[in-house]
Design a protein around this ligand. Sequence first.
Ligand code: T4K
Length: 393
Amino acid sequence: MNFKKFQEPIYVTRPFLPNLEEVNVLLQDIWEEQILTNGGPKHQELEKALCDTLKVQGLSLFNNGTIALIIACQALGLKGEVITTPFTFPATPHVLTWNNIKPVFCDIDPLTMNIDTSKIESLITPETSAILGVHVYGTPCNVFEIERIAKKHGLKVIYDAAHAFGVEIDGRGIGTFGDISMFSFHATKLFHTVEGGCLAYNNRDLKSYIDLLKNFGIKNEDEVILPGINGKLNEIQAAIGLINLKHLEEERKRRAALIHLYKTRLAEVEGVSFIDLPSNIVPSYQYFVIRVSEKNFGMSRDELHLKLKEYNVITRKYFKPLCSDYQCYQHLPSATQERLPVAYSVVNEVLALPLYGTLALEDVEIICELIHSLTTRPSVHSNKSCSNSKVLK
Ligand code: T4K
């Protein structure tokens, strides 16, 4: 079969864009109120609405997820060393560095691609203050085992839940696990406020402290009681959030249909696998990521990435390079390839395929056929998804 190049690039993602008329209605409100930022009415409304959506006790909005995570470390008084994953976006280890904390990289689970809980305890030293897990691509970390280890060793737990908006385990919001979870509301996320993010926590007492930290430490007109920073989300961003929240279910349904189609079509392609979450987990629909086995597919992940680009299908190798490979972290004893064998292998297999609500099902059909046509191996008729039963053991 001959494939034509897509006329326009099909990107890995496109932001959800509400109707401009809806935006104008809320802009009109803001213009009338003349409150543009500093915790105005839209900001307050969005905080309340998100507490319900995410099923969390307390929540603070931020101007982006990275600043939120920096503040989370401050709020919990973390210091010394924090154990985290090398298989993540640069923001995760960088927030530790910005807090003068040493990241200690732990290898990842070969199936979930999240921090391997069986390897955490061997990395704990007297300097360790916390575990920073990342729910990579929205797949939950082994939260119960992390809780057990943290309790045993008196450690705090922070989750980078940048990809995990709306994820639930047995009906429980993912943001209720650990001490604090960070969600990113960047334009490329399922739910976004253009740029933005939040911290979610169970301990409501944290709210006043976190809110002080994100507003320069200003207590009142006469007192500045902490060396805080500017982490505030403005009213226009909050308005976009309120509108996007109304459309969340439609966006999730569209993405669910696209993922279903990808899974159905790619199940037959030898050497291509993907995660299937157990039914007790509500997924995030944030990314659709495949793993490419060069041996079984007949082409490496990098070759597939370039081949698809020739047809204007712009996939992403999230998260290559590993954080442990960045020049600023290579010197760390925990950053060597010998200590992170799974991460160094997985990072050469993963490929995020296009996924966003306005992507046409027909285009997903073509992308799958294209991938099918590129394999040098015969089709198999079995379901080869990486069943993710280990996630919650
Ligand atoms: N922790 C984790 C695990 C994260 O993944 C992230 C962010 C963070 C922490 C930090 O949260 P924030 O501080 O960002 O809130 C994108 C996002 O910028 C980044 O937020 C996200 N993770 C990361 C996984 O993806 P890039 O470098 O891939 O973005 P970019 O500009 O290449 O965008 C990807 C594609 O999206 C483009 O090819 C086209 C499309 N796009 C993008 C933008 C920004 C659009 O169509 N319109 C747009 O406005 O990082």
